[in-house]
Ligand binder design. Structure first.
Ligand code: FAD
Length: 391
């Protein structure tokens, strides 16, 4: 064995670095921690290519609780170094979900769940919507749901870097290397093999490989239903200002939000449309003209005259079973922990996921949020967590 750590984390994006930070900061855990990251530039990492938004408008209490902790964490000084708290650019301008008559019932049901979980959300009838946001067309909108506080967007790449810096300052080693194999011994993970030939022994292994998590699970002979799915994000400019513009999720499924003086937008394939597995980061350029712009212009008349000024593509780490995180140990390999499959909401959930995995390692159980429902058992017992608000 070339080196040995109590905990080895494969993947040093927001999730892996959050796990590393929470472990290093946990007083109940005094062990050594290494993060294996093959590309410290993070050029293709989801955490660097995200829309970095945070919402409470989920339809399940577990997801709401995770994101609420994310918000609290973003506002805290936990990641301060040498007395300086990183500016993570949090803006609480809300999410606005728009529903047609057919979607009205779902929005109302979600609203009840969100209110019960303490979310500051309000339902708006079309007249109230037009009153609040005079720049929006209420055509085809039967009901809207607006986050009044506790939702918005932030600097996701900044969060990743702040986790990483703080984890290193607290003694975590980052190894620039690619994990290519996992060695099992007597029903446990014993070591990780690296592409450069090294073998790193571990007491616990954490899979935080984002959209590549399935490949890392396969190294231990396990099947994880997490697939890399491309999503393109487009940047555009509009001459008119849209006062108070939140992140809007249109009835068409198209979303947009301000980013500084510009806007960004995107969409996901509709139910039944192809959404192939791919790690190709080529932007789907035709999407702006063919899908996004018509929907944008129909919803906001000022968007009839916009100029697209940039674009990028990133990978969702899509849990194809139920679009929710897979958290915790594998039933057959108890020292192999997973923090994967966030399906497009992993940045906002990285603080909660990092803390959760650190608690499992340090204490063998959750101490703060009970996230057992996100465990492997549901996959094996075919009990999907039905999250209705998937963007
Ligand atoms: C376009 C887009 C928009 C999004 N919008 C939002 C949003 O608004 N809000 C939100 O909360 N989330 C959003 N997400 C999702 C969010 O970005 C991800 O859930 C989150 O970044 C996942 O973090 P991660 O650390 O698991 O993955 P990553 O950031 O991809 O990190 C995984 C790391 O693992 C490394 N790695 C993989 N395999 C190996 C290996 N074998 N050896 C060594 N290293 C390895 C990779 O190099 C990578 O750096 C969005 C994602 C995309 C693509």
């Amino acid at each position: 064995m070339d080196q040995r750590y109590d905990v080895v984390i494969v993947g040093g994006g927001a999730i892996g670095s959050a796990v590393a930070y929470f472990l290093a900061a946990e007083k109940g855990f005094g062990g050594s921690v290494a993060v294996i990251e093959r590309d410290p530039s993070y050029a293709g990492a989801s955490s660097a290519l995200s829309a970095s938004s945070i919402r409470q408008q989920f339809s399940t209490p577990g997801n709401i609780a995770m994101s609420r902790f994310g918000l609290e964490f973003l506002k805290s000084d936990a990641l301060a170094l040498d007395g300086e708290t990183p500016d993570l650019g949090l803006r609480e301008d809300g999410y606005l979900y728009l529903a047609t008559a057919a979607g009205r019932g779902v929005l109302e049901r979600n609203h009840a769940v969100q209110r019960a979980a303490g979310a500051d959300v309000a339902l708006l009838e079309p007249a109230a919507l037009a009153d609040r946001f005079p720049w929006i067309s209420t055509e085809g909108v039967a009901l809207a749901s607006l986050g009044l506080s506790g939702e918005g967007w932030f600097d996701g790449y900044g969060l990743l870097q702040a986790f990483r810096r703080k984890a290193r300052a607290l003694g975590v080693d980052y190894l620039t290397a690619e994990a290519v194999g996992i060695e099992r011994e007597r029903g446990r993970v014993a070591a990780v093999r690296l592409a450069d030939g090294r073998r790193i022994g571990c007491g616990t292994l954490v899979n935080a490989a984002g959209p590549h998590a399935r490949a890392v699970a396969a190294m231990a002979g396990l099947e994880l239903p997490v697939a890399p799915r491309r999503r393109s994000v487009f940047v555009f400019e509009c001459r008119d200002a849209l006062p108070g513009c939140p992140l809007v999720i249109d009835t068409s499924g198209v979303w947009f939000r301000p980013e500084g003086t510009r806007f960004i937008c995107g969409t996901s394939p509709a139910e039944g449309e192809p959404d192939p597995d791919t790690t190709d980061l080529t932007v789907e350029h035709q999407q702006f003209e063919e899908v996004l712009w018509p929907a944008l212009a129909a919803r906001v008349p000022a968007f009839e005259a916009v100029r697209q000024s940039g674009a990028w593509a990133g990978l969702y780490e899509m849990n194809t079973f139920d679009h929710n995180a897979v958290l915790g140990p594998h039933p057959e390999l108890p020292n192999f922990l997973f923090a994967n499959g966030f399906s497009g909401h992993g940045l906002q959930q990285s603080p909660a996921a990092g803390r959760a995995i650190a608690e499992l390692v340090a204490f063998g159980a959750y101490r703060t949020l009970d996230l057992r429902e996100f465990g492997w058992e549901r996959l094996r017992e075919n009990r999907p967590i039905l999250e209705l608000n998937v963007i």
